[in-house]
Design a protein around this ligand. Sequence first.
Ligand code: HEM
Length: 560
Amino acid sequence: MKILMVLTSHDKLGNTGRKTGFWLEEFAAPYFTFLDAGATVTVASPKGGQPPLDPVSDMREGQTELTRRFKQDPAAQAVLAKTLRLSDVNASDYDAVFYPGGHGPMWDLAEDPRSIALIEAFYSSGKPVAAVCHAPGVLHRVKFQGQPIVKGKRVTGFTNGEEAAVHLTNVVPFLVEDELKRLGGLYEKVADWASFVVTDERLVTGQNPASSKAGAEALLKLLSRDALTPARFIDRFEQVDGVHSGFRRNHAKGLGVSGFFESNGNGVRLSKAAVFEPGRVPVIGRFSLDGGQPYQPDRPNTRRGLGLQFSLPNGELWRTAMISFPLFPVRTPEIFYERLLAFKQDPATGKPDPAQVKAFEERHPETVEVLKKITAEPQASGFGNTTFHGLNAFLFTNAAGKTTPVRWILKPMHPFEAAGAAPPDKNYLFDELITQIHRQPLRWRLIVIVGKPGGGRWHVDARSSRGGGTQRRHGYHLRPADVASGYGAFGRSGAPRSFASLCAIVNPAHQRDETAERDHARGRKEGRIAMENQRSQFAVTDVALDHGRDGADHALYLRE
Ligand code: HEM
């Protein structure tokens, strides 16, 4: 593991006549954290050689165990004295880059084209980038895919309050907090001077000097083999369910449908997303059963899924994935990953290993709680009278710029009837769905549930506020609020608004000649393979709607 650290060469604190440079703790803490984890560390700076130390950081109050270690470590001091020149380093020689702060970087690194290009090279080649304290300021001219790298990402950095506390608000070229916000970063902070680190995709940012060790640890986590990557998640599905070529790794059994969405225009009050403008737009979708077994028999209590894609007149696509349960049973993607294996069926018994299940349940009593709630509710007899829940909370922004937290559900217009015992026909749910749709369109109302201040803890996926609430990605902030407490909010929150009805009719999908995008989830390797002949009613759905690749949008762990 090779890590590059980039320090400032700038030593003038604006026009104050005072000295600045890098902050000692922000170099020492990550440096030793990386070394202790077995990494090789290389240090560079714009001018090369000894970078200037901010004298304030060398005062008694700024000392920590790791700065003292630095003072007693001649080897570390020698590394610092001989930093490479920025123009001589190449992103391809390292696995990650870390930028310590101090005020110095605000003047040189923030504007240095070599530094900007270096960060862009790291990030765009899939490598993590970390910056702590003032160093998130060095990201302000860095672009990724044509946009500011911080745009739409959760980030932190030196707060306005911290800058005011050191009396440099009017000295620094810009305020880190304001600049990150101006660029469209989803800026977060905690109390001034408390340790706080945010990781979003491959970008790690830390708030202040106290966050530098935690920032280094977050970077190591991204580099560690234990990090949950898209490929690892996909491998786990295959480890548990086997490899079923051409099928989705989860929700493998499904049926493609098409229909339309008729908006009554009420949503415009809450959101400027085009989907809510009055009128009818075409929709494609897919009903599915949870689980990676494409031939699993339909059962009344298997979680049901519905994925929809709305094609809007302006060319935009609006997508949402929903499930039949009002709660997600796990708190984080990591726990989902763990649970998959714990519940792997033993081929001999057709059941999971009770010891594994017990151990999992002991580790995650919250999941047991949620599943208890879910299973206490009666399940609907078919797909057509199932309520589908979007689960995650999002921010809608209307034309006046007012932002509202919302969730949504699809509520069937067909009467609820509780499921009885499963009939022997293994495809009874899907067969019935087809029969019903051929008889008459099935209709749902899209109901938006408006969060009220104090109405419970929703964790809002702030990214969804882009584009007026257009849901471009969803479903991956599985925080505690999405589990039990989210349910409370769901029950209590304000008057549901009935927006529109959705009408679905079966698409004769299996008559199409389609190809499957089999490997979309594996690091975007776009292996197109011919779909096996899946005329047998359900499997065709994956590709019939050309929905396979983007259908994975909802899971952070499936794509960047
Ligand atoms: C860590 C969380 C999750 C992981 C790892 C995960 C994983 C997956 C995977 C691998 C697929 C197959 C995708 C494909 O091959 O195209 C899938 C499909 C699906 N997931 Fe999830 N999922 C997660 C959370 C959720 C949540 C929160 C919801 C709903 C609220 C959801 C609803 C669905 C639906 C409806 C489908 C089928 C989509 C379709 O028919 O195209 N998932 N999921």
